[in-house]
Design a binder for this molecule. Sequence first.
Ligand SMILES: CC[C@H]1O[C@@H](n2cnc3c(N)ncnc32)[C@H](O)[C@@H]1O
Length: 483
Amino acid sequence: MQLANKKLDWDEFLHIRQEVLNTWPTGREVDLAEAVAYQSGIPVSRRFAEKLAQAKQEKLTLAQPRAGVALVHEHIELLRYLQDEGGADLLPTTIDSYTRQNRYQEAQSGIEESRSVGRSMLNGFPAVNHGVAACREVTEALTVPVQVRHGTPDARLLAEITLAGGFTAYEGGGISYNIPYAKDVPLERSIRDWQYVDRLVGYYEEQGISINREPFGPLTGTLVPPCVSHSVAIIEALLAAEQGVKSITLGYGQCGNLTQDVAAVRSLEELADEYLNRFGYHNVVITTVFHQWMGGFPQDESKAFGVISWGAATAALAKATKVIVKTPHEALGIPTKEANAAGIRATKQVLNMLKDQPLPEFEDLRQEKELIKEETRSILEKLLDFGDGDIALGTVRGFQAGIIDVPFAPSRYNAGRLLPARDHQGAVRLLDFGNLPFREDIKEIHREKIKQRGQTEGRDPSFQMVIDDIYAIGKGMLVGKPR
Ligand SMILES: CC[C@H]1O[C@@H](n2cnc3c(N)ncnc32)[C@H](O)[C@@H]1O
């Protein structure tokens, strides 16, 4: 049947489900009626959607780290430490790379190797292999809500097991966990597989159990213009809402210029409300998540804390509902629990100092917000044209035509023709627009700002600016000025 943004028929869902649950032995542990009963017994203090809704109402920004290790008790110890010593308001369980590619046999080997060498030999928690009971051991050991964070194009079994396992939030989407994470997964397939995930969440919602869904905002995390990540976020919100998801957190990866980043967070929520209401999804609670800088980090831990604190400050001033925290070990690899907790404490220090300091909407901020909204609408309206009104179909066709294009993405289904570069104030602009459907006046704004940068640096705008910008923050700067 042709791809469409239509709620999955329940009987068809159940038919697919048999195949999904049989892809690994632990799938047989999932009993949906029992899982709903278990979820309904989780206290509201450990429910993601409710905690996010409350933070939105109180205009607070919550802090959440990333974290995951191979073995159950070590993972519990890690999460407890981040909760108690780090002060995390929300917790993750970051899933390992084998599980993200459905390579459960290799995840199993990683578990056994971790047991024999006495340290984590996986870069995350292999939830599918551990199964439902182990997931419940993890979530019951904590006092704050826990979310599954990963990067999985086919995340159906992982969703079945972790939601039955008491996790109350689930990250990802059919575009955001394919294009930046995979080389050769057809977009149509990952969108369909994520319609299954969202239909499962919709089923829990129909039973009165709210599960929060968070499309992955930053995408490749490297100079991604707000209009591109916003377009993906809005598309995945529409796809999720159609399946019955009611709690959606839309994300954006910090670029580094305060005006652009605050404009990005505020425009994201406004665009989400605009498009969800236009398509008749009126009772969805939208929150926002700001990801601290996702690109290359300085090795020096003091400089890394500078980057972390700047991300915390921007999240607070933007009034994002939550901020995803980095660690001073970012440039080195998987952080120790101490380094991870330190990143959270630094972040919360800044959030607390800024929570009563509203940032007024000054003229440049208002203009930047309007620019981002115009650019995002240009992309989304063209995608809807391509899909004859259907955003799922339009997205697949739009990626083929480069109407939407994610810079530096590995997927062969991405055109890869965009060239972003910073302007002289560090905002991310476009040097090459690829096939983005922008009006000439919008393109002129980008050209003018990059030209100004060239003049201040005494060089013509070129690809070298892109390269310099990619390394700049790791070298202690924001704009990659020539030496
Ligand atoms: C989206 C990529 C980000 O997730 C972070 N990350 C991935 N796996 C883990 C992990 N197991 N523990 C802590 N942070 C992690 C990584 O540092 C990177 O910044």
